[in-house]
Design a protein. Sequence first.
Length: 232
Amino acid sequence: MPASPDHDGLPLVVDGLDFAWAPDRPTLHNCCLQIPRPGLWMLVGSNGSGKSTLLRLIAGLLQPKRGTILTPLHPAMVFQNPDHQLLMPTCGSDLQLGLPETLPPSQVERRVEELLTLVGLQGMATRPIHTLSGGQKQRLAIAGALAAEANLLLLDEPTALLDPDSQRDVVALIRDLCRQPKAPLTALWITHRLEELSHCDGAARMERGKVGPWQSGAKLVANLLPTGGGGG
Ligand SMILES: Nc1ncnc2c1ncn2[C@@H]1O[C@H](COP(=O)(O)OP(=O)(O)O)[C@@H](O)[C@H]1O
Ligand SMILES: [Mg+2]
């Protein structure tokens, strides 16, 4: 749904969202969230607090019982396990699948290489996907979202299955995409790895189906640690 004049220019406005998987057990209740500008925005929260449900609602994979989701952007999800979203045998064929149908066939090869280069997989169009590392697969999944012209990336613990080096590569890639001067992306990233919060433009805590206010990653980490500022 496009944003109303009130929310002109905001990448995402979530207002008064209610959702329940089971009757009488609300997962989200009057959940509100605004992303003020493009950038990398992170959500943390305990298991079952509703983070994945919220991302699926924003992606349009679920319908809310009540409330609105306003965005002028084109959302796409990136899941924890890239094997669940890479469908074709090679890097190139997988990206082709996501390209807009309006792209002239003569431009497909160039666009595929452009996308691979953007995520650090240049020259790998014919590479079988099963030969990629976990981090490379995750970067290919991100390229797939970009192939489909997504500019609101919804990342649900995208580094949870990765080794530390691949984890850093993926965070750095998303951070760079969110800071590119021409058409910076907006990313909403769920994590439970607190070290990732140092890369975000803002972080918020989700508890029992509600999102708290944005704060700096460092401040949120300080509040979460037992020795922190008593934020619990
Ligand atoms: N597919 C599902 N079917 C039924 N209940 C679900 C489903 N997905 C999540 N839930 C429930 O919704 C609540 C929130 O889950 P979730 O959004 O996955 O939280 P988080 O991502 O923060 O761990 C939990 O109580 C969970 O059991
Ligand atoms: Mg989850």
